[in-house]
Design a protein. Structure first.
Length: 135
């Protein structure tokens, strides 16, 4: 379920950098929040331009959506780690990155044909999903 949306000006991130960021985000998410690799979504969006305070700016935006239920420490760790890894891959200062994290009630999200579980109830959900796919 997690969805990491990385928005930048057109052409600011190369194809190779996108692959590196996507792989690093998946690994980071699994380490910090757990889950299954095939459930971590990374989307790159290219924008015509970015303005801050009404002026054109070189900013990168990362909008993340996760299921509600994690503590403040886990959310702060996610924000810090994914800002840092994108900064490293793109060789830009974290001061040029705007990162936000939204939480969604898992009752309002469907993935793999099933309503998502609450945090901590993933094992039973995963068994149900895999059984439906013949695993």
């Amino acid at each position: 379920m997690p969805i990491y949306r990385i928005m930048s000006e057109r052409g600011a991130i190369s194809s190779g950098q996108k692959h590196e960021i996507a792989e690093a985000l998946v690994e980071m998410h699994l380490r910090v929040a757990g889950g299954a690799r095939w459930l971590v979504n990374v989307v790159f969006e290219e924008l015509e331009s970015v303005f801050v305070g009404g002026t054109p700016a070189k900013r990168l935006l990362i909008a993340t959506t996760i299921r509600e239920g994690r503590g403040a420490e886990a959310k702060a760790k996610l924000l810090a780690e994914y800002s840092s890894l994108v900064s490293r891959v793109l060789d830009i200062p974290t001061s040029d990155i705007i990162a936000g994290l939204d939480e969604v009630n898992p009752d309002n999200v469907m993935e793999a044909g099933f309503i998502l579980p609450r945090v901590g109830e993933e094992e039973a959900w995963m068994k149900k999903v895999l059984a439906s796919k013949g695993h």
